[in-house]
Ligand binder design. Structure first.
Ligand SMILES: [Zn+2]
Ligand SMILES: [Zn+2]
Ligand SMILES: [Zn+2]
Length: 102
């Protein structure tokens, strides 16, 4: 992939902070898709979810790269450059089954 941004070069192996969206699990809320922060391992929900926790995490922390995470789909997204990244071979394994809408 030629169009990889500088942020993507800095991603590391992250350890997921939770099995599902950290904040939604606390709130008892639901999500549509999960996004994993490749800077700190925060698990948040996507913009189709009511709470947009992945985007809120970016606004709060400035961590630029998220990965599609339910299950790992091999793509990422840079919030700063607004481009899709190819993470094939660099995805983060799930820690366990994803809890749904408890
Ligand atoms: Zn970037
Ligand atoms: Zn959430
Ligand atoms: Zn983060």
């Amino acid at each position: 992939m030629a169009d990889e941004c500088d942020h993507a070069k800095g991603i590391r192996k992250a350890t997921p902070s939770a099995l599902g969206c950290e904040e939604c699990l606390k709130l008892g809320s639901m999500w549509v898709h999960l996004r994993l922060c490749r800077t700190c391992g925060h698990v948040g929900c996507c913009d189709s979810s009511p709470n947009h926790h992945a985007t809120k995490h970016f606004r709060k922390t400035g961590h630029p790269i998220i990965e599609g995470y339910d299950p790992p789909e091999g793509w990422g997204w840079c919030f700063v450059d607004e481009i899709t990244l190819d993470l094939t071979g660099r995805t983060t394994p799930q820690r366990g089954p994803i809890p749904r809408y408890v």
